[in-house]
Write a protein that binds this ligand. Structure first.
Ligand code: PLP
Length: 406
């Protein structure tokens, strides 16, 4: 079991006060706080080991390149990928999915071809596919969730037609906390020859992921949710898909030779990594993932499941709170509205006065909001450093908000 007191001591920001109250940070779904080891790695790199990567023959450039390149291996280990050459480093999920949309999907799809999506995708896994709809007449096929916010994998499989060219699906909903059985979807899709892109932005934070076992074609992660720096991330791209994919961006680093008449690309994955990357951010991400693996993904999941159960039980005691999503084994992410109360923004402002940071809004999930018939919710999303005592502070702050608005 995880020692939460020890973990909290690793995150300096958790010791601060906000509005005169101890910070209760429950906006982890948007971005997680950083442990001291990550902050130290960033400072150390800039102070002692900084230079551009892949370019110089001097000492510092070699050190920076070695540290940067080592992160590819750390990410591969973190995601259960045996061959690290299938990891493309980038600035996060948005870049990863856009790379797939432009580099792999766009040249392969014609008008009438279909992409299957769930209604609970984040805009990062919707808008790049809308580009293909707008520009090439690709059809987006939406799979609904049930009243609990559960996504039946069979419904995704049933949505596959002879025109389906891709399934693009979240592994864990940033709004409902629903986990998706992507293994079942990938197994069925593979039989039908349909590639699967999995948005792992939220899942990789909360549970052990094994991409090789899953059998997906693309798996996107984003560093700032994984206790790492913003502007870092990666996408797993299966070797066969890499061979089919065109580079999305052109520039330095992704080439071997350039002349007036031709360009010879670098080998994958560098073929897909144009320009000076987020060197220090990526090095920081490697440290963050090592930190997570040091704590242990099973221990993180067990701790967060305990928080989920406790929060679920306490929220159920507030009969004027409507929590969206009750799928079995959901993650510790609670989107809610307050009966008869003001807008989610007003609730979050009251919570903020009590030091409780939650997110209010549409959570970049327009189709899901339409499905729920809501324009906004408040979202409390938990991380490995949260405690039951913080759940109690959230409940007290909600009771105050209810009193004020009733
Ligand atoms: C499920 C999901 N997908 C994609 C993203 C986009 O991540 P980023 O903005 O880091 O690219 C997020 C971030 O909120 C998310 O929650």
């Amino acid at each position: 079991m995880l020692d939460v007191v020890k973990i909290r001591a690793d995150f300096p920001i958790l010791a601060r006060e906000v509005n005169g109250k101890p910070l209760v940070y429950l906006d982890n779904g948007a971005s997680a706080q950083k442990p001291q080891v990550v902050i130290d790695a960033v400072t150390h790199t800039y102070s002692h080991e900084y230079a551009n990567v892949h370019r110089g023959l001097h000492y510092l450039s070699n050190v920076a390149t070695e540290k940067y390149e080592a992160v590819r291996g750390i990410i591969a280990r973190f995601l259960g990928v045996a061959d690290e050459h299938q990891i493309v480093l980038n600035s996060g999920t948005t870049e990863g999915i856009n790379m797939v949309a432009y580099g792999w999907a766009m040249p392969r799809m014609q008008a009438g071809d279909e992409i299957v999506l769930s209604v609970m995708e984040h805009h990062a896994n919707i808008v790049p596919w809308h580009f293909l709809r707008e520009r090439q007449g690709v059809v987006l096929k939406w799979v609904e969730v049930d009243a609990r916010g559960y996504l039946d994998p069979q419904k995704v499989i049933d949505a596959i037609s002879p025109r389906t060219k891709l399934i693009a699906i979240t592994h864990l909903s940033n709004v409902l906390g629903t986990k998706v059985d992507v293994n079942a979807i990938c197994a069925a899709a593979r039989e039908k020859g349909v590639p699967v892109l999995v948005d792992g932005s939220q899942a990789a934070v909360h549970m052990a992921v094994n991409v090789d076992e899953m059998g997906c074609d693309f798996y996107a992660i984003t560093g700032h949710k994984l206790y790492g720096p913003s502007g870092s991330g990666a996408i797993f791209v299966r070797k066969e898909r890499m061979a089919e994919m065109r580079p999305f961006m052109g520039g330095g680093d992704m080439i071997r030779e350039v002349s007036r008449d031709q360009v010879i690309y670098n080998d994958p994955p560098m073929k897909f990594e144009a320009g000076t990357p987020g060197i220090v951010q990526t090095i920081g991400l490697g440290v963050a993932l090592d930190y997570m693996m040091g704590v242990g993904m099973a221990a993180i999941a067990a701790h967060e499941n305990d928080l989920r159960d406790y929060a679920q039980q306490r929220l159920a005691g507030l009969n004027w709170i409507n929590v969206q999503g009750s799928a079995p084994d959901k993650a510790a992410i609670f989107s809610f509205t307050m009966e008869g109360a003001a807008h989610a923004h007003d609730i979050s402002t009251i919570l903020d006065k009590k030091g409780v940071a939650v997110r209010a809004g549409h959570h970049c999930a327009g189709p899901l909001m339409d499905h729920l018939g809501l324009t906004a919710t408040c979202r409390a999303s938990f991380a490995m450093y949260n405690t039951r005592a913080e759940v109690d502070v959230l409940i007290e702050a909600l009771e105050l908000a209810h009193e004020l608005f009733a």
